[in-house]
Design a protein around this ligand. Structure first.
Ligand code: T4K
Length: 405
């Protein structure tokens, strides 16, 4: 590492220096930028054709492209992944309890609760961060009707073991694939495992349509039901087949999706370059480890784990970075089992590995738009923070005491 490339901060902001990113904060997963001209052209077509939503041509085109790309029979675009999970749970007529990892975004668990289902929180494998099949088995009882695995950070769940459990206990199995667009196992992309998979196309995701999501499945009957349910249950004008809701994606969102779809491969190539830069810059840092990905992967989340014996805790490092304008995120602290309405910070059912990981993980600014020099500076600040651990701890403790009065 050369100092010309890494302008060494004299004094860290937490110790009184100037924040390095004071003009423009550095965010996690900044949205990928669409080709403006193509996007505006599609939007302008919507206006010319007076077609804004309800199974429009852009939505149909995007569904077709995604299904083909992911190698799955059906892609049902929806307004967002949270609604996608709700629709899928409803369409599969789940009841009682659904086993789900607690180490995930709160939306995964809320979607179940919103459907009147009881999320039963499962621990995760500390190496993969995905649902632990052994613990999953222990949680099954007569009220269990399904397992909802989460391909966290785009790392695949143990799909074969989960399928075996589902068959053995006659459970439905579906996946929250919010992070996992373009990720896979061997040469099979995630999309067709279990009964269905649900992707998020939120602005902060590797593939984004502003807001949006997709349900993918090889089960044609389930897909037909989902398409109806997404549109109030309509079968035809004036005729409904089932209970439905408004879960549709608009043509504007589909337009953004179509444009971003064209540049998706380029965008994840850039993610990979940026991710590899982090890996090489931080390779000498013995206090943190970067979560590794096996291709095919979108390399979208740059997740580090702060080791137990590190000179700063995760929260101390997080506070130090935040003061510099580096808005790293503590996803998914403190775990759904310790968040309302499922539990509180003090009252919760402990989950050993989840409780460890939610205290140790930090997501660093990444995505396709971050510049190499920004990555370099983030890494330099991380090294410096560990070196200055004592002063940082004194400062954080002093601030905490002042705030307590
Ligand atoms: N399952 C999992 C495992 C998930 O992670 C998620 C969503 C879901 C299910 C549900 O999917 P959706 O129903 O949303 O489709 C964000 C996202 O809102 C959420 O979609 C995502 N996971 C979660 C991990 O992150 P916040 O509250 O952390 O987002 P926010 O607004 O702080 O944005 C993150 C950063 O991105 C900011 O630092 C600024 C930047 N940003 C964000 C937006 C929206 C921009 O620069 N421009 C933007 O337009 O939840």
């Amino acid at each position: 590492m050369t100092d010309a490339y890494f302008p060494l901060p004299d004094t860290l902001a937490i110790l009184g220096g100037l924040p390095r990113f004071n003009l423009n904060n550095l965010h996690v997963n900044l949205p990928s930028r669409p080709d403006r001209e193509k996007f505006l052209e599609l939007i302008s077509n919507c206006v010319d054709n007076n077609k804004y939503t309800n199974n429009g041509p852009l939505l149909e085109k995007l569904e077709e492209k995604i299904a083909h790309f992911l190698g799955v029979t059906n892609c049902i675009l929806v307004a967002n992944a949270t609604l996608g999970i709700q629709l899928t749970a409803k369409a599969m007529e789940l009841s009682g309890e659904v086993i789900v990892p607690a180490f995930t975004f709160i939306g995964t668990a809320s979607a179940l609760e919103w459907q009147g289902l009881r999320p039963v929180f499962c621990d995760v494998d500390p190496n993969t961060h995905t649902i632990c099949p052994k613990h999953c088995r222990e949680l099954i009882n007569s009220k269990t009707t399904a397992i909802l695995g989460v391909h966290l950070w785009g790392r695949p769940c143990p799909v074969i073991e989960l399928q075996e459990i589902a068959i053995e206990y006659n459970l439905r199995l579906f996946y929250d694939s919010a992070h996992a667009f373009g990720c896979g196992i061997g040469n099979r992309l995630l999309a067709s495992f279990g009964d269905a998979e649900i992707f998020s196309f939120h602005a902060t995701k590797a593939f984004q349509s502003g807001e949006g999501g997709a349900i993918t499945t090889n089960n044609d009957a389930l897909a037909t039901k989902l398409r109806r349910m997404r549109n109030f249950g309509f079968l035809d004008f004036d005729k409904t087949a089932c209970l439905g809701i408004n879960g549709k994606m608009s043509e504007f969102h589909a337009a953004l999706g179509l444009v971003n779809f064209e540049s998706f491969n380029k965008s994840i190539e850039q993610n990979k370059v940026n991710y590899n830069l982090y890996c090489s810059f931080l390779s000498a840092c013995t206090e943190i480890s970067i979560l590794r990905y096996t291709p095919p992967h979108n390399f979208h989340y740059v997740v580090v784990e702060i080791r137990e014996n590190a000179r700063l805790t995760r929260d101390e490092l997080w506070e130090t970075l935040t003061k510099e304008g580096i808005l790293a995120r503590r996803y998914f602290y403190p775990g759904c089992h310790r968040m309302q309405p499922f539990g509180t910070l003090d009252q919760y059912k402990p989950l050993y590995h989840t409780d460890q990981l939610t205290k140790r993980c930090l997501v660093l600014p990444g995505g396709p738009n971050i510049k190499p020099e920004e990555i370099a500076l983030v890494c330099k600040i991380i090294y410096k923070a560990f070196e200055e651990n004592e002063a940082i701890r004194v400062q954080i403790n002093a601030t905490a005491k002042i705030n307590a009065y």
